[in-house]
Design a protein. Sequence first.
Length: 351
Amino acid sequence: MTIIIQILGVLFGLGILIFIHELGHFIAAKLCKVRVLTFAFGFGSDLLKYEYKGTKYCIKAIPFGGFVSMAGDNPEEASGADGEYLSLPWYKKIFIAFSGPLYNYIFAVIMFAVIFNIWGVSKMSTDSSVGTVLENYPAAMSGILPGDRIAVINGVQIKTWADISDNLKDKADKEILFVIERGTSSFDLSMTVAKNPVTGTGAIGISPAFLTTQAGFFKSFALGAETVAAQTVMTVMYLGDKIITWEKPDIAGPIGVMQVMARATKSGIQDYLKLIAVISVALGLFNLFPIPLVDGGMIVLFITEGITRKKISAKVIQVYNTIGLTLIIAIFIFATYSDLLRLGIGKLFGK
C-alpha cells in the first residue's frame, strides 16, 4: 500500500507541476488571442473531452503533466495568419513563453505560503541551546540532552551557536571541559571532541534548536516570495561557480527527483508540499535558461527578432530547436548518469 501511495505521489507531483507550467502558456496565449487548438491534462488517449470556441479541453489516460497546442506553433505550418503563435509580434511571443516559468514561480510561492501559514516558520535559535543530539557522538555519550544550553567551553563564556563552532573547530581529539545549563541548574562535564569526517573540524554531535512561530496570511506570502527568490539566487550562484571552476555540478535527474519525491510522500504532507514547491522553482528556473527549445531559449530568439526587426525564418527556428534538443538530451543523460552513480550502480562500471 505504501508503494502505491508513493507512486501516486510522484505521478501527481510531477503531473501538477508540468500542468501548472502549461496552464501559464495557455492563459497567456488566450490573452494574446492565439487560437489554442488543444489544452490537455495528461497524455495518451482522451478520457474526457469538451470543445469550446475552437479549443479542445481534455483529460487524458496518463495523468502526467499536460500540453498546449497552438495554431502556428510549428514553423513548417505557420502561415502568418491572425491567431497564429509564430505570427505574433515578438513581445507577445515572449509573454507567452515567459508565462510558463512564471506560473511555476507563482505556484511555488503559494505552496510555501500554505506551509508557513499552517505549520509556521522555523528559525534557528540565536542562543546556544541544543536542538538535537546525534547518537554515538561525544555529546550523547556524555549525557547532553535536547534543550540543554552550552554555557562555557574551556573557561570561555558561550552566548551563541557561532561561539560553540568557533571554540570547537580546532579542538578535534582533545578533551574539553564544558559547563551545561539544564533548566535552573548547571553542571560540569568533560568529553573528548570528535573530528567531523567531512571538514576535519571538532564536533560533539549536536545541532541548534529551532523555534517555530506562526505566520499570518500576508506574512506567509511575503516569506514564500523570499524563499523562492533565495532558492533561485542560490541555484544560479551554485551553477555559476561550477561553470567558473569547470567542475561537474551535482544535479538530480529524473530518477533522483522521483526517488526524493517518493521519500517525501512517505515522510508527511508538509515535506511533500515543500518538495513540490522546491521542484516548481527548479522547473521554472530551468525553463528560463537560454537553452534552445526551452522557454528561455525561445525568449532569446524573440528578443533577437525584436532587435533586428526581422521575423526569424522557419529554417533558423528548426536548426535552433535541433541544437536545443541535443543539449537537453545531453543534460538528461548526464543527470541520469549522476543518479545512477548516487544509487551505487556506478560500481558496475568501476566508478
